[in-house]
Design a protein around this ligand. Sequence first.
Ligand code: GLU
Length: 302
Amino acid sequence: MLGARYVGRFAPSPTGHLHAGSLVAALASWLDARAHQGQWLVRIEDVDTPRCVAGADQHILQQLLACGMQSDSAPTWQSQRTHLYEAALAQLIDKGWVYPCGCSRKEIEDAYVSQGHDLTRHTAAIYPGTCRDGLHGKPARAWRLHVQAVIDALQLPQKVEWHDRRMGHQQQDVAKEVGDFVLKRADGLWAYQLAVVVDDADQGVTHIVRGEDLHDNTARQIVLQKALGLPTPTYLHAPLVLGENHEKLSKQNGAQALDLQDPLTELNKAARVLGLASSKSSSVVDALHGWVQAWSSQYSFQ
Ligand code: GLU
């Protein structure tokens, strides 16, 4: 495998600074790229503009730099790549695999509950397909992928199956368990699913290493890759740092700002989450080098 083409990436959303959790994802993706002698790219995922914080992108890049990680080519910003998302949506419209949807979130949730489901903080209502056959006089709000249409047209297995390099065999019936997901939102913004799939392919990403919180998006992204005729990268979802309430660490549940006066301490913490031993080295560069060696024996190379 060594020497074969490898392109990896770290794709932070600039909704705040890097914290201990996002540093784990950054470090994992960087180590995997280095262990494969591959390229590592940084892509700022700033399509969800209402959630973006001014200056957070530059701050994240500086934090990465302080931790010895720099994009192998100039970082990219999704907000400058909307023409690519437009073209992908046009391709899917052409195929007849997307449709405009006029339902509000409330309507979707009401329909879901009336089908006998419970809605909790951790479940999203599965779209009942109301607008598949037309808008019923409502104005178009979002664009959705008709998942079953893609599966049928391309004769894909009903369940998406994939291998995660850490978590093993995975499967999901996207049509049933997720439903027709949004590619362009009611507020006109591009959905994460579309932007990430288009960008990973456009940038030639072969290996995705990211936090386990994103694991549940993978099957959707694979369906979308197939619909757009794009290759599927390999996946490794890295362990999460949990906050005080045992949920994914976030600013809301106790994530501290990284102490960039002492990047080695921060990196050592991140390395331990990844199952790597703390480094005895006193330099960031040497510590990273040691972990690259250790990484190769920790996670299977595929
Ligand atoms: N932008 C996403 C996030 O910060 C990561 C996307 C990805 O790695 O696929 O959660």
